[in-house]
Design a protein around this ligand. Sequence first.
Ligand code: HEC
Length: 134
Amino acid sequence: MRKLILIPVFTTILFSCGGGDKNDKPAEPGTNESTETSSEDLSDNPVYKKGLALVGSNDCLTCHRVDELLTGPSYRDIANKYGSMSDTIISHLAGKIIAGGNGVWGDVFMTPHAGLSKEDAEAMVEYILLLKNK
Ligand code: HEC
């Protein structure tokens, strides 16, 4: 244990005797904080929170998961397909959720969601598109 304590002391002495300002050393250990993932960042995003809540309170999750193919395509796949398109895609996809339909991902039908407002459907699409891989 003693040796461990002495090491920093010696290093300090070495540097202070050097006379010059040679302190351009790499950052101290423990200052490496740039490793947060993007999904953690999303949890603070109001668009993400609102859409997630809506998706959870409708029947979407019986057919969709974020990363799994169920009856419907995964939200990640949907986001990767449409996420780079212009904003008009939001209205288009919201309309598709309300009307239901098939033919884009396969023969399976998405049930219509006639009771859904366009506004809520768009909020869900915005949430889904946030899941796009960077
Ligand atoms: C009965 C199962 C089912 C339910 C419930 C369901 N979906 Fe789907 N969804 C599908 C299927 C199947 C497709 C693929 C349709 C196709 O190939 O055109 C799809 C496609 C989509 C797409 C992409 C549409 C396209 O044209 O590419 C979005 C966005 C979507 N669903 C969102 C939702 C949301 C939001 C909800 C909840 C309100 C929901 N879905 C509920 C089965 C479902």
